[in-house]
Design a protein around this ligand. Sequence first.
Ligand code: SF4
Ligand code: SF4
Ligand code: SF4
Length: 310
Amino acid sequence: MSGEKIRLNTEWLCDCGGCHVALVDLHEKILKVLESVEILKCPVLTDEKNYPAADIGILTGSIRTEHDRHAALEMRKQCRTIIAFGTCAVYGGLHGAGLAHTREEILNHVYRQSPTTRTDFLPNNSVSNLEKMVTPIDEVIDVDLYLPGCPPHPHFIFEGLSALIEQRSPRAGKESVCAGCRRTMTKTEVAAIREITDGVPDNDTCFLSQGYICQGSVTLDRCLAPCPNHGVPCSGCAGPTMQVLTEPTRDIRTEIGERMSRLTRIPYETVKGHLEKSAKTQYAYAMATRMIGNKPTFLIRKWIAEGEAR
Ligand code: SF4
Ligand code: SF4
Ligand code: SF4
């Protein structure tokens, strides 16, 4: 690089703010980044309302409001390289689960029916309009670099930013969370699916072998597997592996169903049915991406209707 610093804009769309906090989680490594980067716009650090011309633009969150769409388009116009940062930006993220309901159902629930937040009126024109769908940003603008994770682990954030600063390709593997998990998959005689509140899981054995649903094998490792290594099954927050995303008939429930039925005595159809019944949870992070939502085998509205009819 020449002596000039790289100009950076960041902007958040529909999100929880956690991805911006994750930037600060770089701790002392942020000083290394700042040797080469000048932050022009960042909602948590600067009071810049406009979109200055920049070399790198980090977008967190997905598009759910008219303001989100405007902000994404402005960032694309002004930034040479756009990073979709975090699972919300890449796949729609957790609030993609809203796609299981209509916009009217969501507004009614939040503003008219929820006992804790009820106001009995809907937001007026002074609030940016809620769009019909949750949209990952690459369905609206071109994206140059994808960095999923909820939020991405500082290891991958630093590697991604360093790669851009050094003008090289980022080093990021395609392994699943299982690759970083220290539990062992073993064949067991477990015959029923357990909730995480049922009993105390053994610390060394794969959750699937014990009858607990764990999404580690269908989730891309952008977190270094903290959850299964600390006693909690993976809920898939970094988004699916490439295999789940790209194989038309394979997905979260078929992959976990096959693996779990091989590791236990629980039949494949039982696992698959369980995942369909809890699909809003199991597919929450990625259902807004067309790669999941448009699969002919992804039938969340049917599964919800069947669940409500039971
Ligand atoms: S990806 Fe996760 S941490 Fe980042 S903004 Fe979305 S919900 Fe928050
Ligand atoms: S499925 Fe979960 S518990 Fe089993 S090895 Fe993979 S991450 Fe670990
Ligand atoms: S282990 Fe799973 S749930 Fe935990 S941070 Fe990683 S991807 Fe998210």
